[in-house]
Design a protein around this ligand. Structure first.
Ligand code: TYD
Length: 144
């Protein structure tokens, strides 16, 4: 893996590939095993036809997620309030764990990109921080 993660609360997750000869590959993500939390929701993002689309632009207070680009490629921008970096997701078996309090964006979607997201909780808008200044205030308040 060539993406080294320097931001807090994030890491790459590489799933094994079970190769069925020429008949395909299986990658498996299990609860509390490859995925470091109890899985409560799975969603996927597709039809990313706008080349200028920038998704995300938020952080979560409690939610943990793992993102896999299971078709095509995209870039994930990560910002823990101190360090920023960009990670390329271009392998169906290599995902990125996004822990709490991590500002993130998703962009540079390739044709037919499909982003699979595994999440630790059901959807709660109250868990989102959608304003960057509020994010910085929130993480600094948390350190006190
Ligand atoms: P959002 O999480 O902001 O999308 P992204 O991070 O991919 O840019 O969600 C976009 C919209 O979809 C927002 O109105 C909330 C809604 N939504 C749900 O209703 N349920 C969900 O599980 C998710 C992920 C989003």
């Amino acid at each position: 893996m060539d993406n080294e993660i320097i931001v807090k609360n994030s890491k790459l997750i590489e799933l094994q590939t079970i190769v069925d000869g020429i008949d395909g590959i299986i990658s498996v993500a299990e609860n509390f095993n490859h995925i470091p939390f109890e899985i409560k929701r799975v969603y996927y993002i597709y039809s990313l036809n706008n080349p200028d689309a920038i998704r995300g632009k938020h952080a979560h207070k409690q939610l943990e997620q793992v993102l896999f680009c299971i078709n095509g490629s995209c870039e994930i921008g990560l910002d823990d309030g101190t360090n920023q970096q960009t990670v390329v997701l271009d392998k169906p078996n290599v995902g990125i764990y996004l822990g709490v309090e991590l500002w993130h964006t998703m962009d540079k979607f390739s044709d037919n990109c499909i982003l699979l997201v595994i999440a630790s909780d059901i959807y709660k808008e109250s868990d989102y921080i959608r304003n960057y200044d509020e994010f910085i205030r929130y993480i600094n308040q948390d350190k006190k």
